[in-house]
Design a protein around this ligand. Structure first.
Ligand SMILES: NC(=O)c1ccc[n+]([C@@H]2O[C@H](COP(=O)([O-])OP(=O)(O)OC[C@H]3O[C@@H](n4cnc5c(N)ncnc54)[C@H](OP(=O)(O)O)[C@@H]3O)[C@@H](O)[C@H]2O)c1
Length: 329
């Protein structure tokens, strides 16, 4: 993999090709991830040369992800790039399981409050990168963008990003606030951004940071037919882990697995290396639930694809065909 550092848009912030996504560390994909495992995972990433740490106000009902990062980076804050997000929070919902629901709220006052609380949880005075987590459909996006510009102008965030946006929202946001990065989902089988969003970002010098490179774990190659996801595992809600779709996705994994063996790397490393080399992709955020997974995935930095692997992956993607869409956030 090309490990050269890359700049986020025209900002001063520089990241590597891989970043650690700190959502699963808060026990949000599945329950049972301990604080010790979370802290050890972040430390394992830094020790493996992965210093781009992606988190958010809502990663954990009470900022568990941000608090774990604070503990893990104590004494080496300057060695990491902390990317936070604001604009989504949790509210109790007795009818839901677990009993909570995500609320998108990008009003300026809410953004200001979340930024302050996140910085306190992180134990830092600035974000290297701060995203609007998702556009708030109830207000013009310019209102949220204006507040993020104020955060940027005050020096509290060294770069600003936007996540989960349409093309129209991206261009309106960029007209109101300097935009350094866009964050969207992207992996071998879910490549919708290639149609419009990615070309727009490339044309406008906006970095593309992608999430779900392992398709929430499926492309790491350790899932099996008949696997049942408990209700404490958010994957039970996604079509890609159910029925015929799941079977087709597992067949895809088996189609590309021989290429990983041939190149002498783990499947997750092949997948991450492929994702990182796609044109226009700036940084790839993988999630993990243990330091062992982090170390395995970090070995992707040493994984070099060849044309045989690229061709085999292309054929397997074509054979798999379109996948069922993601569920709404
Ligand atoms: N902007 C947004 O709205 C948004 C949305 C989603 C994610 N993100 C960011 O992007 C990051 C990446 O997304 P993600 O974590 O959902 O997806 P991902 O990287 O596709 O999948 C991560 C999951 O895969 C499993 N896994 C990882 N490495 C593995 C390995 N070597 N072997 C076996 N299993 C492995 C782990 O789950 P198990 O151990 O439980 O199987 C882990 O939690 C997030 O953490 C977050 O920072 C942003």
């Amino acid at each position: 993999m090309d490990t050269a550092p890359r700049r986020l848009g025209s900002s001063p912030v520089v990241v590597g090709p891989l970043g650690l996504g700190c959502w699963p560390l808060a026990g949000m994909t599945r329950a049972g991830v301990t604080r010790e495992a979370a802290v050890a995972s972040v430390r394992a990433a830094i020790d493996s040369g992965i210093t781009h740490l992606d988190t958010a106000y809502c990663y954990g009902e009470h900022g568990e992800s941000e608090r774990a990062i604070r503990e893990a980076v104590a004494g080496r804050r300057d060695a990491v790039v902390i990317a936070g997000k604001c604009g989504i929070h949790w509210e109790p919902d007795a009818a839901a399981s677990p009993p909570r629901r995500q609320v998108v709220d990008g009003r300026p006052a809410r953004i200001r409050a979340e930024v302050e609380e996140s910085l306190a949880r992180l134990g830092t005075d600035h974000f290297d990168l701060l995203y609007l987590h998702a556009p708030d459909p109830t207000i013009p996006i310019e209102e949220s963008a204006g507040e993020l510009k104020r955060v940027f102008d005050s020096g509290i965030a060294h770069a600003i990003g936007l996540s989960n946006a349409t093309l129209d929202q991206l261009s309106r946001f960029a007209a109101a606030c300097p935009l350094a990065a866009c964050q969207m989902h992207f992996n071998m089988l879910q490549r919708e951004i290639e149609r419009e969003i990615l070309p727009w970002c490339v044309a406008h010098g906006v970095a593309m940071v992608v999430y779900w490179p392992l398709m929430k774990g499926l492309l790491a190659g350790r899932m099996h037919r008949g696997q049942v996801f408990p209700t404490t595992d958010s994957r039970h809600k996604y079509p890609m882990f159910a029925g015929e779709e799941f079977a087709k996705n597992l067949a895809f994994v088996e189609a590309i697995r021989p290429e990983a063996s041939r190149l002498g790397c783990d499947l997750a490393d092949l997948v991450l290396a492929w994702t990182a080399e796609q044109p226009g992709i700036t940084s790839v955020l993988f999630g993990a639930t243990s330091p062992e997974q982090v170390r395995e995935n970090a070995r992707a930095l040493q994984c070099d694809l060849d044309d045989t692997a690229r061709a085999a992956i292309r054929v397997a993607i074509q054979a798999r065909g379109p996948v069922a869409n993601r569920r709404a956030v």
